[in-house]
Design a protein around this ligand. Sequence first.
Ligand code: ARG
Length: 409
Amino acid sequence: MTNKKLKVVLAYSGGLDTSIILKWLQTEYDAEVVTFTANLGQGEEIEPARAKAEMLGVSPENIFIEDLREEFVRDYVFPMFRANAVYEGDYLLGTAIARPLIAKRQIEIARAVGADAVCHGATGKGNDQVRFELGYYALEPDIRVIAPWREWPYASRDALIDFAEKHQIPIATDKRGDAPFSIDANLLHSSSEGKVLEDPAVEAPEYVHQRTISPEDAPDTPTVVTIDFDRGDPVAIDGQRLSPAALLTALNKLGHDNGIGRLDLVENRFVGMKSRGVYETPGGTILLAAHRGIESITLDGGAMHLKDELMPRYASLIYNGFWFSPEREMLQAAIDHSQSQVSGQVRVKLYKGNAMVIGRSSSASLYDHDLVTFEEGSGKYDHRDAAGFIRLTALRLRTLAQRKARLKS
Ligand code: ARG
């Protein structure tokens, strides 16, 4: 009887940790490993992952390397920004929004190669294990999930390094000691957590930041950019049309140069504990301000307020890993519907860590100068209507005040 080998699709960065996982799957599970490496704009070369995987015994047809930057920005980042999604008041969800796409491609590859299982390198304490696995199960209900960090016995960095050495996995000298903190990066953001950042009372050292110069070092003269929107999505910068990934890349550069998008946050993880993170979302921070700017003239007030009420719920769904859920899709449909007239131009001033909207215009604008002007308007608005409006609105408050006076006497 021949026992068929377990075939596993591993989300493989090419780094030390996932190389150890790769080897561990081969030794512990006697698995045939398929590696999937995605370029999401993390700023590292991904091609070297091919040679590394081959060196670790993965056969060439089992190595998948893909540039997903356009899909990431077009189908995940932009839809999320239509909602102005922000978690707990500050976090632009840069890590959370990348996970569903990785999970989706892993499942697609698993189907294509006939794999039995998928595997990720997220630890057993974080949100990312939840996000990956909710994605897997939503798309492939009976998939087998292997999460090495929850299974293997290696409690310390030293134990992992021992394993790597025993299996001749090359270790860069700077990876030998404890990493000073953990990083996750993609085109939207970089996040740093752990180690030197674990005391929330202590300011993050400057070297933690990798995507922005500090606002103190930013130029003394402001930069003004114009962003064009088409139905809620940015399409051009200073009149130049750009693809989604190229546009976010350009905003990242502007944000970097002006010290925009730094955040030091203590957040509530889905798995229960509070954690401190240092985030940089340079382009996303500009985009959020600009998107709110174009909505401010093109979106009806009632629609806007409902959107703002739904937003925290939508943000939590993404944070908690429910991208592939009916409730996220319901909210997305409503949000997308609201964007049909959200088109036009926004001018943003970038200056020492700030992205300030200084002008907005649109052929679909609801801003009516004649209605709002302090000068005499054309008569569309009758001041006398306001008197009855206010008296009726105050009716309840007057009744309450009358009772108060009555009970006092
Ligand atoms: N706390 C953030 C989140 O849950 C980031 C997690 C990954 N970051 C990291 N440095 N490992 O979205």
